[in-house]
Ligand binder design. Structure first.
Ligand SMILES: Cc1cc2nc3c(=O)[nH]c(=O)nc-3n(C[C@H](O)[C@H](O)[C@H](O)COP(=O)(O)OP(=O)(O)OC[C@H]3O[C@@H](n4cnc5c(N)ncnc54)[C@H](O)[C@@H]3O)c2cc1C
Ligand SMILES: NC(=O)c1ccc[n+]([C@@H]2O[C@H](COP(=O)([O-])OP(=O)(O)OC[C@H]3O[C@@H](n4cnc5c(N)ncnc54)[C@H](O)[C@@H]3O)[C@@H](O)[C@H]2O)c1
Length: 465
């Protein structure tokens, strides 16, 4: 590369993810010359192989489920043809292309942004190589995200990841899924509803083990009620190809041995940071034990002028956390410098159906926090709107700090839970007393109208000693 001509910019962004793209436009808006480097598809994981395509599939699977269960609501079940995954995929590809192409078009129109379709990596603290181009800058922003983590034991088996599963054109006959968390559970219900047999294999003693046991149990019940098989406490896994073209997963090599056979295998066992792809050692960047780049509350790495945003810094693992990282940097660079990572309140939704909306502490975390807490829960089956919709699975729960009266956490597992949780998120950000929400009059008939009633039922609950 000695002969390559150096190009200079005001800023380089490595990775066109949920933070990098808005940052590129914000920097250009300040009249800065920006290089945006992307090794794959512009738009990153969420747009191309994450949120957008999976939520499009969730919607198709939901429609299939509604048709199959039409008679529950007094409508005759229609005669259904076999689902053609190519059609479902075509719809998904169109939605993804809409977002991807819109972004690429906007990037093309912005004269101050130069895009590079190549892997970007550090040569030193101010120089990055992208393909044959050598770029030098005073400021570098890393937004390289994560990729599927492939555990040991699967070296000799054909497996799918979230990326390749989304490219299938035939519905798997029997999909084995290793990993019972966000990706595993969303795909399990999607493919079950589209017609696959599905088996989830999870090493923990319960599904989505970051949640409280009672929520994990409810989600398991919901999935099992649709015919999904769940095998928890499955350790020491090994994948093997079957002679018939299928796959099998062997479990529990030390104890009672088990195995599950299927036609396809999805590995949904978490993500690993892409920081190793950027040669962090050439810039002297500090990387933690899990492979994430270390940043402070303002997203600065240990090297002056180099910042890291999104999943690769280990401070978040969602699109909204990555976008918030962009907002923090924009505020730090061009605003009043008031925004920081530690202001963020954890929240997310799991897009099973019904979905789980979650904010703040779980009950177990609140019990361990040493705070005096109030707790209330309500079954979805007690809520008229849920009954009218014929969707009574799940529950709502809320945890309050009895001294400050502020809400510490809430979960809504039930119809509309992904949207309803927003009420609690707003109350927490606004540091509202729970009584403000309790005394509000909510629209009838909604699930939210029962939140004041839920709060009236708060009772003290013992902390863990
Ligand atoms: C199946 C699935 C479903 C999901 N669903 C949701 C959801 O419903 N809600 C939600 O909030 N989150 C969801 N997520 C998580 C969400 O997609 C991520 O949190 C989000 O995309 C992270 O954005 P990011 O900006 O950190 O990086 P990414 O979006 O991962 O983008 C990083 C980009 O950097 C590129 N890159 C990597 N290394 C280099 C390099 N050396 N040079 C150049 N480019 C490089 C990559 O190709 C990629 O395009 C889901 C994830 C998956 C996998
Ligand atoms: N709705 C959403 O917001 C959404 C949806 C999908 C993905 N995501 C994001 O994507 C990321 C990845 O999701 P994920 O579900 O792959 O990861 P995860 O880290 O949440 O869960 C991985 C699961 O796999 C299990 N596991 C790991 N190794 C195993 C092994 N060898 N054998 C058996 N089980 C094993 C773990 O116990 C865990 O339950 C998450 O951080 C999440 O934030 C978010």
């Amino acid at each position: 590369m000695k002969d390559a001509k150096k190009q200079s910019f005001d800023a380089i962004i490595i990775g066109s993810g949920q933070a990098g793209n808005p940052l590129a436009f914000a920097l250009a808006g300040q009249n800065l010359k920006v290089a945006l480097i992307e090794k794959g598809r512009f738009g990153g994981t969420c747009v191309n192989t994450g949120c957008t395509p999976t939520k499009a599939y969730v919607a198709s699977a939901r429609r299939a489920w509604e048709l199959k269960n039409a008679s529950d609501l007094g409508i005759p079940n229609p005669k259904l043809e076999k689902i053609d995954l190519r059609k479902v995929k075509e719809r998904k590809d169109k939605i993804v292309a809409g977002s991807h192409d819109g972004l690429v078009d906007s990037l093309r129109k912005e004269k101050l942004i130069t895009t590079f379709q190549a892997k970007g990596f550090f040569l030193d603290q101010t120089t990055v190589q992208a393909g044959s181009a050598i770029l030098t800058v005073p400021k570098i922003f890393i937004n390289v995200g994560t990729r599927p983590r492939i555990p040991e034991g699967f070296e000799n088996v054909n497996f799918l990841t979230n990326e390749s599963l989304l490219e299938l054109e035939e519905i798997p006959y029997h999909l084995l899924i290793v990993g019972g968390s966000y990706i595993g559970l969303e795909f399990a219900q999607i493919f079950r509803r589209l017609g696959s047999k599905v088996t989830i294999i999870e090493m923990s003693d319960r599904l989505i083990s970051k949640e409280d046991p009672s929520i994990s149990e409810r989600i398991r019940e919901i999935l099992e009620s649709e015919g999904i098989k769940v095998l928890c406490n499955s350790h020491c896994l090994e994948g093997k190809n079957n002679p018939d073209g299928g796959v099998r997963v062997l479990m529990n090599c030390g104890g009672e041995q088990k195995q599950a056979s299927g036609s396809h295998l999805l590995l949904a066992t978490g993500r690993q940071s892409n920081m190793d792809l950027v040669n962090p050692e050439s810039a002297g960047l500090a990387i933690d034990k899990k492979g994430f780049v270390e940043v402070n509350d303002h997203l600065e790495t240990n090297v002056k002028g180099i910042y890291a945003l999104g999943d690769c810094n280990g401070k978040g693992a969602f699109t909204h956390t990555s976008y918030h990282d962009f907002e923090i940097l924009q505020n730090q660079l061009f605003g009043d410098k008031s925004k920081k990572v530690s202001d963020r309140i954890l929240n997310y939704a799991l897009y099973t159906d019904p979905p789980l909306g979650r904010v703040g502490m779980t009950l177990s975390q609140a019990k361990n926090s040493g705070k005096e807490i109030l707790y209330a829960e309500m079954e979805m089956s007690q809520i008229n709107r849920a009954r009218e919709k014929g969707e009574t699975k799940g529950k709502m729960e809320v945890i309050v700090d009895s001294k400050t009266e502020q809400i510490l956490g809430a979960a809504v597992l039930g119809v509309g839970g992904d949207e309803i949780i927003g009420l609690f998120i707003t109350a927490i950000y606004g540091k509202l007393s729970y009584k403000t929400l309790m005394n509000s009059v909510q629209t009838h008939p909604t699930v939210s109208e029962l939140i004041p009633t839920l709060l009236q039922q708060l009772k003290p609950i013992k902390a863990n000693s």
